[in-house]
Design a protein around this ligand. Structure first.
Ligand SMILES: Cc1ncc(COP(=O)(O)O)c(C=O)c1O
Length: 389
């Protein structure tokens, strides 16, 4: 099955905002919606719904290489991050995170430490977006760290965190590790039997599942009280009360399975397409800069600063390309990207940065269209600004 773009005239390069729903996911969600049943009911219809949820739980667990009993379904990564940090911080201590996290981690961390601001340590990153590991070691050495929360892959630059040394150092110091793996899951392999994080968040719509479904991985045996955000019927072992979103969860499971099967072919194909986009833009446009450690990135992400050309004007000049001027969650907000500022970029550079993000259904035609339109748009914007001054 292949994905049919609903708009043949658009190069959709905004997979980090949301990916098109995979046909397998649509089919599983529709099949679930075509029947009736509450997954908590004990009659046949209820058991059918519970079976669909159970299958999806196994499919998501297979993608992560963990046990299905370690998956808690949520409404997305935002909820998973909130749940994870609240539980890990329940007994107090220090919460250590980084300056380039998604607001779903940074704002949660600020909220839960609001009355004890000294309990929050925000690690800086270098010009390539890599977290300062020496500062992590210092924070751990100071003692009493409850949890270290570092994202697996950055949503704006695609920069990857090497989790193994983080986990080792944190566990040696008696701290838990949470990772917001929203942008990594379904795009690169992750094996939770090897990567020993205690908590991991994901969101199905980033890998071709429906929006509004996510999961929190909670490692069995992790010393961690649950702290529900929602109180009620005790679903999801008490972590997340409320009737399960059976259709959404079924779609998430099918997307996880399709992503797992497709990954070996998708990773090199998407990397090639991303590199050809990036190389063509850098060569044909000039005076631009690729952001983030180029050899430590997700395959499908390219963040490029086009000097002397504001990103909002570039995007407005190329309506046939869907890309982003920063993370979609904050676009529309007048503040510059906190990720690029943390990497030492000026406000002007942050405002001149476009994020292209590719995925499983991106084609060579999308790339050709994006290159032609971006080259035209940047030259147009630079020309207009130059003639206005
Ligand atoms: C790294 C990261 N974490 C969390 C989220 C929040 O995901 P959701 O909006 O699906 O809850 C996003 C969404 O862009 C993200 O990129």
């Amino acid at each position: 099955m292949t994905f049919q773009s609903p708009d043949a005239g658009l190069a959709y390069l905004d997979y980090n905002a949301t990916a098109p729903v995979r046909p397998e996911a649509r089919q599983a969600a529709l099949a679930a919606m075509s029947t009736v049943g509450n997954a908590s009911s004990t009659h046949r219809s209820g058991r059918d719904a519970a079976d669909r949820v159970d299958l999806a739980r196994r499919q998501v667990a297979d993608l992560l290489n963990c046990s299905h009993g370690e998956i808690v379904f949520t409404s997305g990564a935002t909820e998973a991050n909130n749940l994870a940090l609240r539980a890990a911080f329940a007994a107090g201590g220090q919460l250590v995170t980084s300056a380039v996290e998604h607001p779903a981690v940074l704002e949660t961390a600020k909220a839960i430490t609001a009355e004890l601001p000294q309990a929050l340590t925000v690690l800086s990153v270098d010009v390539d977006g890599l977290v300062d590991l020496e500062a992590l070691h210092e924070a751990l050495a100071a003692g009493n760290v409850a949890v270290v929360s570092l994202m697996a892959a950055n949503n704006e630059t695609g920069v990857l965190t090497d989790l193994a040394p983080v986990v080792k150092a944190a566990h040696d110091a008696g701290a838990l590790v949470h990772t917001d793996a929203t942008q990594l899951v379904g795009r690169l392999p992750i094996n939770l039997t090897e990567t020993d994080v205690d908590l991991l968040s994901l969101s199905a719509h980033k890998f071709g599942g429906p929006q509004g479904v996510g999961a929190l991985f909670v490692r069995r045996g992790a010393a961690l009280p649950y702290r529900p955000l929602l109180f009620g019927g005790g679903q999801e072992r008490g972590w997340r009360a409320g009737t399960l979103n059976v259709a959404g969860i079924a779609g998430a499971g099918a997307a996880a399975e399709a992503a797992r099967h497709g990954m070996a072919a998708e990773v090199p194909r998407i990397t090639r397409l991303r590199d050809s986009l990036e190389n063509a833009l850098v060569e044909q446009i000039g005076d631009c800069r690729v952001n983030g450690a180029v050899d430590r990135r997700l395959p499908g992400v390219s963040s490029i600063t086009f000097h002397r050309a504001p990103a909002d004007a570039i995007l407005a000049s190329m309506p046939d390309v869907a890309a982003s001027d920063g993370s979609a969650c904050s676009s529309g907000a007048p503040t510059p990207s906190h990720v690029l500022l943390a990497m030492g970029r000026s406000r002007e550079d942050a405002d001149s940065t476009v994020r292209f993000s590719l995925g499983y259904a991106t084609t060579a035609e999308d790339i050709d269209r994006a290159v032609a339109s971006t080259v035209r748009a940047v030259h147009h914007v630079r020309g207009t600004l130059a003639s206005a001054t």
